[in-house]
Design a protein around this ligand. Structure first.
Ligand code: NAD
Length: 312
Protein backbone atom coordinates (compact mmCIF):
# COMPACT_ATOMS: atom_id res chain seq x y z
CA UNK A 1 0.00 0.00 0.00
CA UNK A 2 0.97 3.62 -0.49
CA UNK A 3 0.72 5.51 2.79
CA UNK A 4 0.98 9.24 3.55
CA UNK A 5 1.85 10.44 7.05
CA UNK A 6 0.78 14.08 7.44
CA UNK A 7 2.85 15.64 10.24
CA UNK A 8 6.25 14.23 11.18
CA UNK A 9 6.37 14.85 14.95
CA UNK A 10 6.37 12.29 17.73
CA UNK A 11 3.39 10.23 16.54
CA UNK A 12 3.87 10.70 12.78
CA UNK A 13 7.34 9.14 13.02
CA UNK A 14 5.95 6.13 14.90
CA UNK A 15 3.21 5.60 12.30
CA UNK A 16 5.80 5.83 9.52
CA UNK A 17 7.91 3.06 11.01
CA UNK A 18 4.86 0.85 11.72
CA UNK A 19 3.60 1.08 8.13
CA UNK A 20 7.09 0.64 6.67
CA UNK A 21 7.89 -2.34 8.91
CA UNK A 22 4.84 -4.07 7.44
CA UNK A 23 6.19 -3.57 3.89
CA UNK A 24 4.28 -0.45 2.84
CA UNK A 25 5.66 2.57 0.99
CA UNK A 26 5.49 5.63 3.23
CA UNK A 27 5.70 9.31 2.35
CA UNK A 28 6.22 11.57 5.33
CA UNK A 29 4.95 15.14 4.87
CA UNK A 30 5.35 18.16 7.13
CA UNK A 31 5.03 21.91 6.68
CA UNK A 32 8.32 22.33 8.59
CA UNK A 33 11.29 21.04 6.56
CA UNK A 34 13.36 21.02 9.79
CA UNK A 35 10.96 18.47 11.29
CA UNK A 36 11.36 16.24 8.25
CA UNK A 37 15.15 16.50 8.49
CA UNK A 38 15.17 15.10 12.02
CA UNK A 39 12.47 12.52 11.36
CA UNK A 40 14.45 9.92 9.42
CA UNK A 41 17.31 9.86 11.98
CA UNK A 42 14.80 9.46 14.78
CA UNK A 43 12.94 6.69 12.93
CA UNK A 44 16.26 4.90 12.30
CA UNK A 45 17.11 4.97 15.98
CA UNK A 46 13.61 3.68 16.90
CA UNK A 47 14.00 0.90 14.32
CA UNK A 48 17.36 -0.08 15.86
CA UNK A 49 15.63 -0.30 19.24
CA UNK A 50 12.95 -2.56 17.74
CA UNK A 51 15.58 -4.69 16.05
CA UNK A 52 17.59 -5.17 19.24
CA UNK A 53 14.39 -6.35 20.96
CA UNK A 54 13.67 -8.76 18.10
CA UNK A 55 10.60 -6.78 17.01
CA UNK A 56 11.63 -6.09 13.42
CA UNK A 57 10.42 -9.44 12.14
CA UNK A 58 13.91 -10.42 10.93
CA UNK A 59 14.25 -7.38 8.65
CA UNK A 60 17.31 -5.12 8.35
CA UNK A 61 16.86 -1.55 9.60
CA UNK A 62 18.06 -0.21 6.24
CA UNK A 63 15.46 -2.26 4.34
CA UNK A 64 12.61 -0.82 6.41
CA UNK A 65 14.06 2.67 6.28
CA UNK A 66 14.30 2.69 2.49
CA UNK A 67 10.51 2.34 2.25
CA UNK A 68 10.15 5.75 3.94
CA UNK A 69 10.73 9.02 2.09
CA UNK A 70 10.09 12.61 3.11
CA UNK A 71 8.23 15.06 0.91
CA UNK A 72 6.93 18.61 0.83
CA UNK A 73 4.83 17.85 -2.27
CA UNK A 74 1.44 16.98 -0.83
CA UNK A 75 -0.34 16.74 -4.23
CA UNK A 76 2.18 14.16 -5.38
CA UNK A 77 1.95 12.23 -2.11
CA UNK A 78 -1.85 12.03 -2.20
CA UNK A 79 -2.02 11.00 -5.83
CA UNK A 80 -2.55 7.25 -5.82
CA UNK A 81 -2.22 6.89 -2.03
CA UNK A 82 -4.41 4.35 -0.24
CA UNK A 83 -4.36 5.75 3.28
CA UNK A 84 -3.35 9.00 4.97
CA UNK A 85 -2.69 9.29 8.69
CA UNK A 86 -2.93 12.89 9.93
CA UNK A 87 -0.62 13.71 12.89
CA UNK A 88 -0.76 17.48 13.53
CA UNK A 89 -1.29 18.88 17.04
CA UNK A 90 -4.68 18.57 18.74
CA UNK A 91 -6.04 22.05 17.99
CA UNK A 92 -9.59 22.06 16.61
CA UNK A 93 -9.05 24.89 14.10
CA UNK A 94 -5.83 23.30 12.87
CA UNK A 95 -7.60 19.95 12.32
CA UNK A 96 -10.43 21.79 10.48
CA UNK A 97 -7.96 23.60 8.21
CA UNK A 98 -5.88 20.51 7.54
CA UNK A 99 -8.91 18.34 6.69
CA UNK A 100 -10.31 21.10 4.43
CA UNK A 101 -6.93 21.18 2.67
CA UNK A 102 -6.92 17.38 2.34
CA UNK A 103 -10.52 17.34 1.07
CA UNK A 104 -9.60 19.84 -1.65
CA UNK A 105 -6.57 17.76 -2.64
CA UNK A 106 -8.62 14.57 -2.80
CA UNK A 107 -10.92 16.42 -5.20
CA UNK A 108 -8.05 17.86 -7.23
CA UNK A 109 -6.12 14.60 -7.56
CA UNK A 110 -9.29 12.54 -8.16
CA UNK A 111 -8.15 10.06 -5.50
CA UNK A 112 -11.54 9.65 -3.85
CA UNK A 113 -10.66 6.13 -2.64
CA UNK A 114 -8.10 7.36 -0.11
CA UNK A 115 -8.88 7.01 3.62
CA UNK A 116 -8.17 10.11 5.74
CA UNK A 117 -7.53 9.06 9.36
CA UNK A 118 -6.75 11.44 12.21
CA UNK A 119 -4.50 10.49 15.14
CA UNK A 120 -6.37 12.88 17.45
CA UNK A 121 -6.51 11.80 21.08
CA UNK A 122 -9.64 13.76 21.97
CA UNK A 123 -11.41 15.48 19.07
CA UNK A 124 -14.23 13.51 17.38
CA UNK A 125 -13.99 13.54 13.58
CA UNK A 126 -17.47 15.11 13.32
CA UNK A 127 -15.97 18.29 14.81
CA UNK A 128 -13.64 18.87 11.87
CA UNK A 129 -15.06 16.99 8.86
CA UNK A 130 -18.76 17.95 8.66
CA UNK A 131 -18.67 20.35 5.68
CA UNK A 132 -16.26 18.25 3.59
CA UNK A 133 -17.20 16.76 0.24
CA UNK A 134 -15.27 13.56 1.00
CA UNK A 135 -16.27 13.32 4.66
CA UNK A 136 -17.37 9.70 4.25
CA UNK A 137 -13.65 8.85 3.84
CA UNK A 138 -12.69 10.48 7.19
CA UNK A 139 -12.46 9.00 10.69
CA UNK A 140 -10.26 8.87 13.79
CA UNK A 141 -7.53 6.25 14.29
CA UNK A 142 -6.08 7.12 17.68
CA UNK A 143 -2.87 5.33 18.73
CA UNK A 144 -1.34 5.07 22.21
CA UNK A 145 2.18 6.34 22.69
CA UNK A 146 4.54 4.61 21.87
CA UNK A 147 2.45 2.71 19.28
CA UNK A 148 5.34 0.44 18.27
CA UNK A 149 5.13 -1.09 21.77
CA UNK A 150 1.43 -0.54 22.58
CA UNK A 151 -0.61 -1.85 19.64
CA UNK A 152 -4.16 -0.74 20.46
CA UNK A 153 -5.65 1.87 18.08
CA UNK A 154 -9.10 3.37 18.66
CA UNK A 155 -11.02 3.59 15.39
CA UNK A 156 -13.85 6.11 15.77
CA UNK A 157 -16.08 6.84 12.76
CA UNK A 158 -18.03 10.08 12.44
CA UNK A 159 -21.80 9.68 11.82
CA UNK A 160 -21.11 10.08 8.08
CA UNK A 161 -18.07 7.81 7.79
CA UNK A 162 -18.78 5.04 5.29
CA UNK A 163 -18.93 1.60 7.01
CA UNK A 164 -16.57 0.32 4.29
CA UNK A 165 -14.00 2.95 5.29
CA UNK A 166 -14.24 1.88 8.94
CA UNK A 167 -13.91 -1.79 8.01
CA UNK A 168 -10.99 -1.12 5.67
CA UNK A 169 -9.23 0.96 8.34
CA UNK A 170 -9.54 -1.95 10.75
CA UNK A 171 -8.14 -4.30 8.11
CA UNK A 172 -5.20 -1.98 7.36
CA UNK A 173 -4.35 -1.56 11.06
CA UNK A 174 -4.55 -5.34 11.57
CA UNK A 175 -2.24 -5.81 8.60
CA UNK A 176 0.50 -3.71 10.24
CA UNK A 177 0.29 -5.62 13.52
CA UNK A 178 -1.71 -3.07 15.52
CA UNK A 179 -4.82 -3.99 17.54
CA UNK A 180 -7.73 -1.85 16.35
CA UNK A 181 -10.81 -1.45 18.54
CA UNK A 182 -13.75 -0.05 16.59
CA UNK A 183 -16.33 2.18 18.29
CA UNK A 184 -19.86 2.13 16.84
CA UNK A 185 -20.32 5.84 17.47
CA UNK A 186 -18.47 8.88 18.75
CA UNK A 187 -18.20 9.28 22.51
CA UNK A 188 -16.27 11.86 24.54
CA UNK A 189 -12.83 10.45 25.50
CA UNK A 190 -13.22 7.40 23.22
CA UNK A 191 -12.47 4.15 25.15
CA UNK A 192 -8.93 4.55 26.40
CA UNK A 193 -9.38 7.87 28.13
CA UNK A 194 -12.82 7.04 29.55
CA UNK A 195 -11.37 3.97 31.27
CA UNK A 196 -8.10 5.68 32.20
CA UNK A 197 -9.81 8.81 33.55
CA UNK A 198 -12.30 6.81 35.64
CA UNK A 199 -9.35 5.26 37.46
CA UNK A 200 -7.43 8.54 37.70
CA UNK A 201 -10.44 10.39 39.15
CA UNK A 202 -10.95 7.71 41.81
CA UNK A 203 -7.21 7.93 42.62
CA UNK A 204 -7.55 11.71 43.11
CA UNK A 205 -10.56 11.20 45.38
CA UNK A 206 -8.90 8.52 47.53
CA UNK A 207 -5.75 10.63 48.02
CA UNK A 208 -7.82 13.74 48.70
CA UNK A 209 -9.89 11.87 51.31
CA UNK A 210 -6.68 10.73 53.01
CA UNK A 211 -7.50 7.04 52.45
CA UNK A 212 -4.02 6.22 51.12
CA UNK A 213 -0.86 7.77 49.72
CA UNK A 214 -0.30 8.51 46.01
CA UNK A 215 2.45 5.86 46.01
CA UNK A 216 -0.02 3.25 47.30
CA UNK A 217 -2.38 3.98 44.38
CA UNK A 218 0.49 3.41 41.94
CA UNK A 219 1.62 0.23 43.72
CA UNK A 220 -1.95 -1.14 43.62
CA UNK A 221 -1.81 -0.94 39.83
CA UNK A 222 1.86 -1.68 39.05
CA UNK A 223 2.17 -4.60 41.50
CA UNK A 224 -1.49 -5.61 41.53
CA UNK A 225 -4.21 -5.05 38.97
CA UNK A 226 -1.84 -4.00 36.17
CA UNK A 227 -0.12 -7.40 36.12
CA UNK A 228 -3.35 -9.09 35.07
CA UNK A 229 -4.40 -6.22 32.82
CA UNK A 230 -1.31 -6.62 30.65
CA UNK A 231 -2.88 -9.75 29.19
CA UNK A 232 -6.62 -9.67 29.97
CA UNK A 233 -9.35 -7.08 30.40
CA UNK A 234 -11.91 -6.59 33.18
CA UNK A 235 -14.57 -8.78 31.57
CA UNK A 236 -12.26 -11.75 31.13
CA UNK A 237 -11.08 -11.13 34.68
CA UNK A 238 -14.59 -11.54 36.09
CA UNK A 239 -15.22 -14.53 33.82
CA UNK A 240 -12.31 -16.31 35.51
CA UNK A 241 -13.01 -15.04 39.01
CA UNK A 242 -16.21 -16.98 39.69
CA UNK A 243 -16.62 -20.74 39.25
CA UNK A 244 -19.58 -20.27 36.88
CA UNK A 245 -18.10 -17.47 34.77
CA UNK A 246 -19.65 -14.06 34.09
CA UNK A 247 -23.25 -14.94 35.10
CA UNK A 248 -22.09 -16.41 38.37
CA UNK A 249 -19.82 -13.41 39.04
CA UNK A 250 -22.63 -10.94 38.39
CA UNK A 251 -25.02 -12.79 40.72
CA UNK A 252 -22.47 -13.09 43.50
CA UNK A 253 -20.60 -9.83 43.27
CA UNK A 254 -22.55 -7.15 41.39
CA UNK A 255 -24.43 -5.99 44.51
CA UNK A 256 -20.98 -5.20 45.95
CA UNK A 257 -19.84 -3.57 42.71
CA UNK A 258 -22.92 -1.31 42.72
CA UNK A 259 -22.57 -0.51 46.45
CA UNK A 260 -18.91 0.52 46.08
CA UNK A 261 -19.59 2.55 42.92
CA UNK A 262 -22.38 4.45 44.69
CA UNK A 263 -19.77 5.42 47.28
CA UNK A 264 -17.60 7.15 44.64
CA UNK A 265 -17.49 10.90 45.29
CA UNK A 266 -17.94 13.88 43.06
CA UNK A 267 -16.15 14.31 39.73
CA UNK A 268 -14.14 17.50 40.12
CA UNK A 269 -10.66 18.95 39.90
CA UNK A 270 -8.48 17.71 42.75
CA UNK A 271 -7.52 20.47 45.19
CA UNK A 272 -4.12 22.21 44.80
CA UNK A 273 -3.05 20.41 48.03
CA UNK A 274 -3.87 17.02 46.49
CA UNK A 275 -1.97 17.86 43.31
CA UNK A 276 1.00 19.02 45.44
CA UNK A 277 0.90 15.79 47.46
CA UNK A 278 0.88 13.66 44.28
CA UNK A 279 3.68 15.76 42.82
CA UNK A 280 5.80 15.42 45.99
CA UNK A 281 5.31 11.64 45.96
CA UNK A 282 6.30 11.43 42.30
CA UNK A 283 9.43 13.54 42.89
CA UNK A 284 10.43 11.22 45.70
CA UNK A 285 10.07 8.32 43.26
CA UNK A 286 11.87 10.07 40.37
CA UNK A 287 13.61 13.45 40.75
CA UNK A 288 12.54 15.96 38.10
CA UNK A 289 15.95 15.90 36.38
CA UNK A 290 15.67 12.11 35.93
CA UNK A 291 12.30 12.15 34.15
CA UNK A 292 13.83 11.74 30.67
CA UNK A 293 15.81 8.71 31.88
CA UNK A 294 12.65 7.30 33.43
CA UNK A 295 10.76 7.67 30.13
CA UNK A 296 13.54 5.72 28.45
CA UNK A 297 13.24 3.06 31.19
CA UNK A 298 9.45 2.93 30.57
CA UNK A 299 9.98 2.37 26.85
CA UNK A 300 12.54 -0.37 27.55
CA UNK A 301 10.13 -2.13 29.91
CA UNK A 302 7.35 -1.80 27.29
CA UNK A 303 9.69 -3.31 24.69
CA UNK A 304 10.37 -6.28 26.99
CA UNK A 305 6.63 -6.67 27.57
CA UNK A 306 5.97 -6.55 23.81
CA UNK A 307 8.49 -9.38 23.33
CA UNK A 308 6.84 -11.37 26.13
CA UNK A 309 3.39 -10.89 24.56
CA UNK A 310 4.68 -12.14 21.20
CA UNK A 311 5.26 -15.49 22.91
CA UNK A 312 1.65 -15.72 24.17
P1 NAD B 1 3.93 16.93 17.46
O1 NAD B 1 3.83 18.33 17.93
O2 NAD B 1 5.06 16.09 17.96
O3 NAD B 1 3.99 16.90 15.87
C1 NAD B 1 3.10 17.62 15.08
C2 NAD B 1 3.71 17.80 13.70
O4 NAD B 1 2.72 18.39 12.87
C3 NAD B 1 4.94 18.72 13.67
O5 NAD B 1 5.98 18.09 12.98
C4 NAD B 1 4.44 19.97 12.94
O6 NAD B 1 5.46 20.61 12.17
C5 NAD B 1 3.37 19.36 12.04
N1 NAD B 1 2.37 20.33 11.59
C6 NAD B 1 1.71 21.25 12.32
N2 NAD B 1 0.85 21.93 11.54
C7 NAD B 1 0.95 21.42 10.29
C8 NAD B 1 0.32 21.71 9.05
N3 NAD B 1 -0.60 22.65 8.94
N4 NAD B 1 0.70 20.99 7.98
C9 NAD B 1 1.63 20.03 8.08
N5 NAD B 1 2.26 19.71 9.23
C10 NAD B 1 1.92 20.41 10.32
O7 NAD B 1 2.52 16.24 17.81
P2 NAD B 1 2.25 14.71 18.19
O8 NAD B 1 2.49 14.50 19.64
O9 NAD B 1 2.92 13.83 17.19
O10 NAD B 1 0.65 14.65 18.00
C11 NAD B 1 0.07 14.55 16.72
C12 NAD B 1 -1.32 13.95 16.85
O11 NAD B 1 -1.21 12.66 17.45
C13 NAD B 1 -2.27 14.76 17.75
O12 NAD B 1 -3.56 14.72 17.20
C14 NAD B 1 -2.24 13.99 19.05
O13 NAD B 1 -3.43 14.09 19.81
C15 NAD B 1 -2.08 12.57 18.55
N6 NAD B 1 -1.52 11.66 19.56
C16 NAD B 1 -0.42 12.05 20.27
C17 NAD B 1 0.09 11.19 21.25
C18 NAD B 1 1.30 11.57 22.06
O14 NAD B 1 1.56 10.92 23.08
N7 NAD B 1 2.07 12.57 21.65
C19 NAD B 1 -0.52 9.94 21.45
C20 NAD B 1 -1.63 9.58 20.67
C21 NAD B 1 -2.12 10.46 19.72
Amino acid sequence: MKIVIFGSGLIGRCWALLFARAGNTVQLYDKEPAQLNGALDDIESKLKGLQSSGLLQGQAVADVLKRISTTTDLDGAITGADYLQECVPDIVDLKRNVFAQLDALVEKTGNSKIILASSTSVIPASTFTEPLKHRSRCLVAHPINPPHYIPVVEVVPAPWTSPEVTAETRRILDSIGQAPVVLNCEVEGFLVNRLQFALLMEGYRLVEAGVCSPADIDTTISKGLGLRWSFMGPFQTIDLNAPGGVDDYCKRYNPGVVRVCKDFGETKDPSPETVAAINAAMREEVPFEDLAKRREWRDNRLAALAVHKLQM
